[in-house]
Write a protein that binds this ligand. Sequence first.
Ligand code: CTP
Ligand code: CA
Length: 227
Amino acid sequence: VERALADGPLRGRRVVVTSGPTHEPIDPVRYIANRSSGAQGTAIASALRDLGAEVVFVTGPADAARPAGVEVIEVESAVEMRAAVLGALPADAAVFAAAVADWRVATASDSKIKKQAGRLPVLEFTENPDILAEVSQLPEGRPGLVVGFAAETDDVVAHATAKRLRKGCDWILANDVSPATGIMGGSENAVVLISDDGSEAWPRMGKRAVAERLAQRIAAALGAPAA
Ligand code: CTP
Ligand code: CA
């Protein structure tokens, strides 16, 4: 179903969206991953499409149904997600909603690691590429608007403000994922938009509403539709 608005404010704009977790293999049957339903990323892709954008949706293995009317690229690991994102550029904007695993097992085993009573495997980890930081700091072909997420606990705005500067993205949508908020795994989100202009707390609302509001803000930031 093609639902993009032919005359929407994002007509002619190309936006890359990452979503879902990544799975980092330990062996053929085991992996490590972050928690992510993919719901917020999926809602963002749909909202951008509804405003007329051409969306490339790069998703890890998530439960959420894939959005219609967008180009979907399925990946497993952070290394694969990075390659898909870089391959989808150039773009006018990029939104990084994926919960990317920070580490992968240095040498995943091709054969299944067998359980041996009393003997525990020792896994050695290596750092995954930081896709948001890399795209934010591309010397050439950087999208005009780069948006990251920051799931934090404790001092949410301070952590996310530092993260925005460290990575070099334009905006960060920060949310408080402390268990008490009930945000993780729920249908609502409470975010703070952090930009050069400071921080703006949005009221708690459904993930689709967050996505629609973000899409509107992206459209406003990019300006009049491309020719
Ligand atoms: N991100 C990414 N690639 C990674 C890690 C994170 O693209 N390897 C993106 C996420 O999609 C998100 C943002 O970076 O938009 C912030 O992710 P987060 O995990 O909060 O940041 P980290 O720098 O990994 O910090 P930490 O996990 O220690 O809080
Ligand atoms: Ca992380």
